[in-house]
Design a protein around this ligand. Sequence first.
Ligand code: NAD
Ligand code: NA
Length: 398
Amino acid sequence: MIIQPRVRGFICLTSHPEGTAEHVKQQIDYVKSKGEIKDGPKKVLVIGASTGFGLASRITAAFGSQAATIGVFFEKPAAPGKPGTAGWYNSAAFEQQATEAGLYAKSINGDAFSDEVKKQAIELIKKDLGQVDLVVYSLASPRRTHPKTGVAHASVLKPIGQPFTNKTVDFHSGVISDISIQPVESEDDINNTVAVMGGEDWKFWIEELKAANVLAEGVKTVAYSYIGPELTYPIYRNGTIGKAKDDLEGTVPFLNELLKDLHGISYVSVNKALVTQSSSAIPVVPLYISLLYKVMKEKGIHEGTIEQMQRLFAERLYSGSAPALDEKGRIRVDDLEMREDVQAEVAALWEQATTENLEEISDIAGYRNDFFNLFGFNLDEVDYEAETNEVVRVPSIT
Ligand code: NAD
Ligand code: NA
């Protein structure tokens, strides 16, 4: 099959197996170029391991400190006439490259919110690794079927209290328009979003892993959050998703108590705004990211997902001393994004941005390139006119 991008709205319906493999290889090469992470993790479970920050975490653990990794994700293999999802190909490529490097890597493809997948992960850890010393929680999902009640919760991206109007960009066409988003009509929208993206499922995972005695002495667990600039507060941090992030962050003290007897610890790391499948779906955010990229690249402080996760592991989680935390107890690797000079420049550009000047004053080109890279497209190393090997199987998939 010859595979080209097929875009609908903010999603790309196709993914390129050799392209995603090249993208994974570039991330592996980056981690190797930074050298060994001394005293890094050795046996790692990554929940949400196939794309974005979770994939970058898995790559960092494996190639930064030779960790054995188990990845959990929800992806689709190729079907006749239809390529698999990017996360499927990423995981196949990761496993192949890890195995070639002599590293253990196995994956579970299924619903991480379910009890069944948690049981599968526990069985696999028991059989192959005994215990894990790091659990990364990096799920991003629009829905969750609650394992105890059976209720299907759908998350929403809405402001709370009043409508929100601001600029947004269609990053494919580069057209900037005003968007107005109506606020939640009831508490249900908030509760459902918290049920999907809040901390309960992280808590369930850690409780069940602990009860099964598969967490090692001194275990660490980390989940990811976001804050961002004031201009996105109404839709992000003060909106429904922000309530879910408050809940996720609020889970840390509970987990620390739970892990106390193992001398374990839990963290939330606040990461930088980056182009991922999840963030491209949030109104207003792609325009902010394309202005942010411009400013951070000009200052020489831009990072992608792999640079963020390598820095999180090397300089925060495994630096040899306890990481500095903010007033709310969070690790901050969004420190460069949130620098005053960066935010002031982005805010000034935000006021100026129009469809006409967008290419010039923003890095919308970099945004688009990163977006296509997520699906294995726009990579110089890949011949997109060539036949692909689309039926890639993840060798160890359960
Ligand atoms: P992503 O969409 O790239 O990754 C989501 C992962 O979750 C994938 O591996 C996917 O397969 C998996 N997943 C989704 N539903 C699942 C299910 N039911 N069962 C098993 N796996 C499932 O997203 P991302 O942007 O890397 O987000 C990861 C975390 O990082 C989220 O908590 C997000 O809020 C946070 N974060 C993102 C940004 C950003 O700008 N992208 C910034 C800071 C924090
Ligand atoms: Na992820």
